[in-house]
Design a protein around this ligand. Structure first.
Ligand code: 5AD
Ligand code: SF4
Length: 480
């Protein structure tokens, strides 16, 4: 079978897609780069903002038309949607896309290889009846597999099966030789008022530490030297079995002992999840990188409360100060939402003030998008016009450009260790030079800075110490 898989959204989805591609390859299925070359198209979807959902609907419109054309010439074209949209509103998906074969929530995706095979067989039987007297089977309805809602009892058998997807991953099948994501938790219990994640990804469940250790050990054994632990609120990781509780700091300590591991990172952190213990672990465990992606979302106390973030502006400021005191050289990244209901100009200024104070290495800025079913969508009117959202969005990006430039420039003249991750985008676009020739390469520092420098392809996946010669708002430039 030829598979086309498109991934939208966060690192959770990226990891899920990687694990699934491993399963598909194990069945000798081909992975193709374009939907038109595929027998089955899959979308790993995101529901965090409306834009991401609309993108999928437009793809599905095109695919439904293609499916009719394919079936008319006796060929199959299976269409599958999985991830957050499948859990958020499967009925809407079915209503808006008649050609859809499979709808599969995040906790059910280990079924996808079997479901794809079954859907392809059913389609073939319908379009190519073997016996002349055999009636064509009715067009299969989409097979819908959802996760239990938060109000329903958890499906422990499904939970155990989905954990096997991570645990039995093939450590050789990855997009990068040196880097890998490892999931430490699923779900979220924070219920930030704007956010759909707690509804579509379910309650927070921390994975068994021995499973995380086994998986990481196998990855490191296969050559991975930089592991990024992922979780919706990764630093809130906490696992209890009997009378043994493993904290996030404890987990970092356990993984840190693995020989061959050089860097340990984690995303995304919640500001209220950082105690001294984790910051001190970051300081004391040399493999743990000095980087905190810790979304502030807003700079105003009223908005932080309306967003149900669980901290105030001064809590956030104090945490940044404490982290800078305990973890020398730590860098910060943040997410911000502009145009949350009722956001005044003065409140928007409070975010600008926060950005100037903290000097984030980088920030992701989003325009508020009401998500059906969330507290904000139910109780507040989306009253900030798109024009104002756009302007505020651009203002924050301008501030980030300024602070990003100052931040990156402060590294000029320093020598920094970089993990070389691949060719730069510029070199990707150009034809590959012959082996041995230099090209522009890209790497990452421990602080998550992007570094661009000229080197040989053979350096990819190695660690190099570079001299920083220049910088812009997003990247450092260096020489060997
Ligand atoms: N509208 C806009 N941005 C959102 N985010 C989450 N939900 C919404 C929403 N409804 C942003 C937050 C989060 C990031 C992943 O997406 O900033 O940190
Ligand atoms: Fe959404 Fe808040 Fe949970 Fe992040 S912490 S996933 S923003 S509810």
């Amino acid at each position: 079978m030829k598979i086309y898989l498109e991934t939208l959204g966060c690192q959770m989805n990226q990891l899920d897609s990687e694990l699934l591609l491993g399963r598909f390859r194990a069945r000798d299925w081909d992975i193709v780069d374009s939907a038109k070359d595929a027998d089955a198209v899959l979308y790993n979807t995101c529901s965090v903002r409306d834009l991401a959902e609309q993108k999928v609907y437009s793809r599905l419109g095109r695919d439904s038309r293609r499916k009719l054309d394919r079936n008319a010439i006796g060929r199959v074209y299976v269409i599958a949607v999985f991830g957050c949209m499948a859990q958020r509103d499967p009925k809407e998906l079915r209503r808006r896309c008649k050609g859809l074969d499979i709808i599969c929530a995040p906790g059910q995706i280990e079924k996808l290889p079997e479901l794809l095979e079954a859907a392809a067989d059913a389609q073939l039987a319908a379009i190519q009846p073997l016996e002349s007297d055999a009636l064509a089977a009715p067009a299969p309805m989409p097979a819908i597999f959802t996760d239990p809602k938060r109000t329903e009892a958890p499906d422990t058998a499904a939970e155990a099966r989905i954990d096997q997807l991570d645990l039995t991953r093939d450590p050789e099948l990855r997009s990068s030789k040196s880097q890998a994501f490892v999931r430490v938790a699923r779900g979220c219990n924070n219920f930030c008022s704007y956010c759909i994640v707690p509804y579509v990804r379910g309650p927070e469940r921390s994975r068994e530490p021995s499973h995380i250790l086994d998986e990481t050990r196998r990855l490191v054994g296969a050559g991975v030297s930089e592991v990024t632990l992922i979780g919706q609120t990764v630093n809130r990781y906490c696992h209890t079995a009997g009378d043994v509780t493993t904290s996030f700091a404890g987990l970092l300590e356990t993984l840190h002992d693995l020989d061959g591991l050089r860097r340990l990172r984690f995303v995304t952190s919640h500001p209220s999840g950082f105690g001294r213990e984790t910051l001190e672990a970051m300081r004391d465990l040399p493999k743990v990188c000095e980087y905190m992606h810790m979304p502030a979302q807003h700079g105003s106390d009223r908005l932080l409360a309306a967003m149900n973030r669980g901290y105030t502006r001064s809590d956030y400021d104090a945490l940044v100060d404490l982290a800078r005191e305990i973890v020398p050289g730590v860098t910060f990244a943040s997410d911000f939402i502009v145009g949350f209901p009722g956001e005044t100009e003065a409140e928007h200024q409070a975010t600008i003030d926060l950005m100037r104070r903290v000097q984030f290495k980088n920030s992701f800025v989003f325009k508020y998008s009401p998500r059906p079913g969330t507290a904000a969508a139910k109780t507040l009117t989306d009253d900030i016009s798109d024009e104002v959202k756009k302007r505020r969005n651009n203002e924050l990006l301008d501030i980030q450009r300024e602070t990003g430039l100052t931040h990156h420039r402060s590294y000029i003249g320093q020598q920094i260790e970089v993990l070389v991750t691949g060719k730069s985008r510029r070199s990707e676009k150009q034809d590959s030079p012959a082996t041995g020739e230099t090209m522009q390469l890209m790497g990452r520092t421990r602080g998550d800075h992007i570094v661009l420098f000229d080197g040989a392809q053979a350096m990819v996946d190695s660690y190099q110490t570079l001299t920083i010669t220049d910088a812009n708002d997003l990247a450092l430039f260096a020489t060997l």
